[in-house]
Design a protein around this ligand. Structure first.
Ligand code: ZN
Length: 151
């Protein structure tokens, strides 16, 4: 079953994961990710100390990179490009064959925003944004403060 209540429950859990790493992930924002299949959490992750791995990367690694038909709940838009050349989280989610991605906040970086979303949608993945965005914004507040000003 799909519903606002269920989605909020899983996003709340993702938020908790992100909060547990808050302050430890500089220079990256702390992110929480929960992967659910048939209403059951099959994997979860948070951004690692020092910013790596990313939350989605950690959660998918626990599944061997396979999450066919699952829904991923992420507190922040999955990244579309990695500055270090590593596979982006949006690409990993595509390869894992998730069917739906629900994320709270859009990537606040002017250079990264929407790239991940476009990649997911291009692969036919259902994308929903904004769920609990106000609550999850607390995870990226410091990150946003230190962003270069968009010109
Ligand atoms: Zn990422």
């Amino acid at each position: 079953m799909r519903g606002r209540t269920t989605d909020s429950t899983f996003m709340q859990r993702a938020l908790g994961l992100g909060l547990s790493q808050l302050g430890k992930t500089v220079p990256n924002p702390s992110v929480g990710c929960v992967i659910v299949r048939d209403g059951v959490v099959i994997a979860e992750g948070a951004t690692g100390d020092g910013g790596r791995p990313h939350a989605e990367e950690a959660a998918l690694a626990a599944l061997g990179g396979e999450a066919e038909g699952a829904t991923a709940y992420v507190t922040l838009e999955p990244c579309g490009e990695r500055s270090n050349g590593a596979c982006s989280c949006s690409q990993r989610l595509v390869e894992a064959k998730v069917k739906r991605v629900v994320f709270a906040c859009e990537d606040p970086s002017p250079y990264a925003s929407h790239i991940g979303t476009e990649r997911l949608k291009a692969a036919g993945i259902e994308v929903e944004t904004g769920l609990m965005a106000d609550e999850c914004a607390a995870l990226i507040a410091d990150f946003v403060k230190n962003l270069p000003v968009k010109r």
